[in-house]
Design a protein around this ligand. Sequence first.
Ligand code: UDP
Ligand code: MG
Length: 315
Amino acid sequence: MNQPAHLLLVLPCYNEEEILQKTNQTLQAYFGELLQAGLIGSESKICFVDDGSRDRTWALIETICKENTNAIGLKLSRNFGHQSALLAGLEHHAGQFDCYITIDADLQDDIRAIENMLLKNREGARIVYGVRDDRSTDSWFKRQTAESFYGLMQNMGVPVVFNHADFRLIDDRVLHEFQNYRETNMFLRGMFPLIGFRSDKVFYKRLKREAGQTKYPLSKMMLFAWNGITSFSTTPMRMVLYFGLFNFFISLLILGYAVSAFFFKETVPGWTSTLLPLTFFSGSNMVAVGLIGEYVGKIYEEVKARPRFIIEKTV
Ligand code: UDP
Ligand code: MG
């Protein structure tokens, strides 16, 4: 008989007042089932991380923690973003649990997958990725943008698991190793595959958000994708290099033509032939400099080594 694992469930919450109570009720009922089934230990907890919400989210978390002995709350001092909120919940409790599962507060990721994650963990997987194999409840637009996001990431050499977001189980050892990754620009779903160890996947159907608005509009999603690519891949920079080499080759041809024209043809000082290459090459130079600037900016961010989150208080 396997010892039941002490589980910490981490939920990042940003302006989630409309859904928190319901989320907690659903989770409490489900935790009861897991306890009964002997899948989790009695010390298991649910941790709500308030990511600097401007609504009543923290007040609700305080109430929930008063009413439920297995609920914990963390309040970040401002909005640090989804990734930092997750990390705060994990790192603050490192060493205290056997395994950790992160899941969005709207429970769009089917909680029924948790039991499968726990089973895979028993079988020896230290990381279990939740993978959405059915997105039919997402809007067409969300699905297209999200899936092209994963495709683009993989093409750029970022080690993401296709259609896996941040619904995953890690055990305490993985969390311990993860803490040695000290970067500020965090793209968690690309970082866990780097840690290694035995991993597995569970599949589930993505559900509809039941209340409240998405906190990931298109602009934020694009920013997130861009952050993921520039944090993991130098492919964009290499593409600039190839483009530069191509330009260089073309300019050699132009040079050859100009020299032979000088000797064998009547050369008329040309305005177009001067202006065109001039604008073209100065344009491509700009692109290159801009992209390099992007990476220099990243170095700047990392060198500063600012804290990735600050916990204001706990209950
Ligand atoms: N979230 C957060 N900080 C932010 C944005 C989002 O903690 O700055 C949380 C949010 O409360 C939710 C999760 O991240 O629990 C995922 O957000 P959402 O459900 O809005 O994204 P979607 O499912 O639409 O991609
Ligand atoms: Mg959601």
